[in-house]
Design a binder for this molecule. Sequence first.
Ligand code: ADP
Ligand code: MG
Length: 388
Amino acid sequence: MNKLISEVKKSFGELLGCDPEVAVRAPGRVNLIGEHTDYNDGFVMPVAIDRFIAMAASKSEGEEVELHSLDYTSSVRFPISHIEYDHQNLWSNYFKGVAYLLRQDGYKIGGCRVVLKGDIPQGAGLSSSAALEVASALTLKSLFALPLPDKKMIKLCQKAENEFVGVRCGIMDQFVSCLARQGSALFLDCRELSYGHIPFSDEFRVMICNTMVRRELASSQYNIRRGECEEGVRLLAQKLPGIKALRDVSLDEFLQHQHLLPQVVAKRCRHVIKENKRVLEGTEMLKKGDMHGFGRLMHLSHYSLKEDYEVSCPELNCMVELAESTKGVVGARMTGAGFGGCTVNIVHRDRAEAAQRSISSRYKKEMGVAPEIYLSTPAEGALKGVFL
Ligand code: ADP
Ligand code: MG
């Protein structure tokens, strides 16, 4: 059994004097390709990583909820019928948000006791927050036998982050944390919410390199980019009536009408339209096992994010350049909103540890700070396992 699951079960026994009724885990994620396409109704291709949030839980008499975070060595108690945002224990708001929305939707949940622990780096763009929401939803679903279909659960978790925690995010993170499959990347159409599992060659590893740069600019620039994309759609709709999002514009149509757009808006649109195409091409490459071809698409994605979308930074560029000059690395690019955070790389499994050491020491020399580098295989989503 997974190490984190054993740990939360054991701690549950030690803290609360009995065995838990259920234990669940939900993974973090990294996006292989398809950046800044989600809010343009486009395509993304994330994988779940083998780092998780785990929870062990039991129902209790009455209506008190008890949450115990092992990582924060901190506990929070609240009545299930009166859930308020906690300004001190921010970690508790993800569970609270999910519980709040379930009740708002009419689901019957009562008191419970929960112990949680995780090993997803926090605030690095690997979506520890979505994993925490998904683990919370799955815990409550299992404990109270809630009739909660997968996609409803995914949307509810996203809503908890948007409305209760107050962070604007798309649906990708919660989706992949729930429905990813071991050994596969997940293709997701962010408009239709249709998806597919694309086999990821087991000769390769996903390598995530954390620049250790805080994403200070990310949220203000994120809103500006969203606005620029919306402006692009508005202007292009004069010639292409009926388009609702950049997803609806083909590259040929864009090239024909780009003169209608201010230069900056045209660059943003070009990134999104080409990036959507790259996700579709990437799907075909992975299916054929053409990892080098996929790596070339990652390279193009990075340069498009750097030059056209302008969301990279010197540290991300340095990390990508170092990876691209490292034996065994077939693809490298920035991932996430940008302005810091992580790069995602594909590396041959026989070269993975050596690549990790080499990039780590060269990045430290160039940037003066030691990066964190994590190796992973594509992991299983949360919905496959409730460990009773
Ligand atoms: P990201 O999703 O990129 O990791 P966020 O800022 O969205 O970053 O979410 C990080 C927050 O999620 C943490 O500050 C904490 O409140 C909560 N969190 C993540 N992991 C844990 C954990 N293991 N235990 C408790 N809370 C956690
Ligand atoms: Mg997050």
